[in-house]
Design a protein around this ligand. Structure first.
Ligand code: ATP
Length: 362
């Protein structure tokens, strides 16, 4: 019997509701899975905590996140809770947590489930690609740094290192190995998304991705400029399998990807390092929806499925891997049946009803 301890950070806004829904579903999943047990430690962290105590992520909470087998986070931040310099607390907390866990690769699947609303008229052979965002450097390396000269000039520096790019590229090729290739013809491929025609840093990024490609001869490697990729994601997304890119490019293109396949309420994410994994929906705290039982919990539930997949892969645990497949299949079926969906997907069901429906399907 494998037993994993999950640190839970329900956070702010719609975060706690989405987390409660996900726990309901995980409890049903564990109940129906032989050989899998999950324990939880839930913590206060985020903007509301900052309002009350002046801290977003107390040291003891961070230490527990580092000690846990995985971290499941719902959403952090409230627009009216600001630091003395006027910025929101969420970026400071998230960058600190990412750096402490050393989660170098962020994974955002862009998958069109039958029944989910699609922004495209023509969905061709289907949409199923993954955005891999380098998660610790790029433009975000400048976070907490940058410079401002009076009222006239401000700068941030984009940093690309061989080590950071090698780690994320290697992750992308390994992921491509596990996947079934692009929808058009099943070809397994990794595409470097960059701006190598203009910037030294981006030419270097592409070069390192191609160096890593040499170690993965079974996977095709190619490269596309980021501006062209935003066109292709809308025109022919079925031609892509795994896209790897710098941090800020990944931040932007992963939201475009979520918009293609049903919106933020359906967008899960995983942030993976050599030791740790952090899982959270792509959406924020949507404060105007909080407390009304209307938030879509499926992005958090799908993030939990990614967590089980990562735990199962890391620990060579067949029961955990199977639980991930079962959970994703239950969400896919819920979407296909279309009976119990939240308003963002055109339904009238509440957050708790969606959770109960997924649990029933399990
Ligand atoms: P952040 O800056 O924290 O990423 P954001 O300002 O981009 O957040 P979100 O909170 O992600 O905004 O949400 C943007 C809009 O998308 C919300 O106002 C809401 O309408 C919709 N939305 C996001 N998540 C959900 C969800 N889980 N269920 C329903 N609607 C959602």
């Amino acid at each position: 019997m494998s037993n994993y301890r999950i640190a839970l950070l329900p956070g702010d806004g719609i975060g706690p509701e989405c987390m409660d829904a996900t726990r309901t579903v995980l409890e049903a999943l564990v109940h129906n899975t032989d050989g899998l047990s999950l324990g939880y430690t839930a913590h206060h962290a985020g903007a509301q905590l900052y309002r009350e105590t002046g801290e977003t992520l107390p040291a003891a909470v961070l230490a527990d996140c580092v000690a846990a087998d995985a971290v499941l986070l719902s959403a952090i931040g409230l627009p009216d809770v600001r630091q003395p310099d006027g910025t929101e607390v969420q970026p400071t907390m998230m960058v600190g947590l990412r750096r402490a866990l050393d989660v170098h690769s962020a994974v955002r699947p862009v998958k069109l489930y039958p029944g989910a609303p699609c922004a495209l008229k023509d969905t061709g052979p289907g949409i199923d690609f993954v955005v891999i965002r380098e998660n610790l450097e790029g433009l975000f390396a400048s976070f907490g740094g940058g410079s401002r000269v009076g009222d006239e000039v401000a700068t941030d520096t984009l940093v690309i290192t061989r080590r950071g790019t090698t780690r994320v590229a290697d992750f992308a090729f390994r992921l491509a190995q596990r996947r079934s290739g692009r929808p058009r013809d099943g070809k397994k491929m990794v595409t470097s998304v960059d701006k190598a025609n203009v910037f030294q840093s981006m030419a270097f990024f592409r070069q390192v991705v191609m160096d890593v490609a040499q170690q993965h001869p079974g996977i095709d490697a190619d490269a596309v400029y980021v501006d062209a990729m935003s066109l292709y994601m809308v025109q022919n997304p079925w031609d892509f399998d795994v896209l790897v890119m710098e941090n800020q490019f990944g931040d932007i293109l992963s939201d475009l990807g979520a918009g293609l396949v049903g919106g933020l309420g359906l967008g899960p994410s995983a942030e993976i390092g050599d030791e740790h994994g952090l899982f959270q929906p792509s959406h924020g705290t949507a404060p105007q929806l909080a407390g009304q039982n209307v938030a879509n919990p499926l992005a958090t539930i799908l993030s939990a499925a990614m967590m089980l997949d990562w735990l199962g892969d890391k620990h060579r645990d067949a029961a955990c891997l199977q639980a991930a497949v079962t959970l994703e299949a239950a969400v896919a079926r819920l979407l296909k049946e279309g009976q119990t969906l939240t308003p963002d997907l055109g339904g009238t069901a509440g957050t708790t009803e969606v959770a109960a429906a997924v649990a029933d399907l399990l």
